[in-house]
Write a protein that binds this ligand. Sequence first.
Ligand code: GLN
Length: 187
Amino acid sequence: MSRLGVLALQGGYDAHAKALRDLGHAVDEVRTADELAAVEGLVLPGGESTTHLILIDRFALEAPLRAFVASGKPVLATCCGLILCAAEVVSPPQKSFGWVDVTVARNAWGRQVHSFEDTADPDSALGPVGLLFIRAPRIQRVGTGVQVLATYRGEPVLVRQGNVTAGAFHPELTKDRSVHAAVFGRG
Ligand code: GLN
């Protein structure tokens, strides 16, 4: 069993913690550099990316997060997390950390009322994983070093670069645990 962390500044971190516990992992909420240093893997959850950027700054977490990613420990980023990890954010442009060489357009899968659930294309590398989109970012460009793990109607929705796996959707809100298991294994 490994001790995993969920960044718990804002947004949907609790559902990720439950998903990881379903797989048998111990989970800590992470709000400080010391808490981050104590975990072996990290989830960057859904939420509001503009708010996350403000809180990451206020809690002085940018440098510790960069060091965590550089250490090679597994990271799963969903929705807002994907936006934070992207190389470039458009619609509108905003700061991001550049851990995954993709361009994402915010809120481009539709507004909150257009939230929807479906499954990934069956020929996806991870198979037909459960998808739930909530004001989700759309991946507009995928760099050459980036692996596409799942597509939806031919568009990339789950990508991986090195130790960072990032999805436009919310795997923690479906019954399917295969995305969490693919990143962190089973506890
Ligand atoms: N629309 C949000 C943003 O731009 C992300 C939505 C989500 O994480 N469910 O930050």
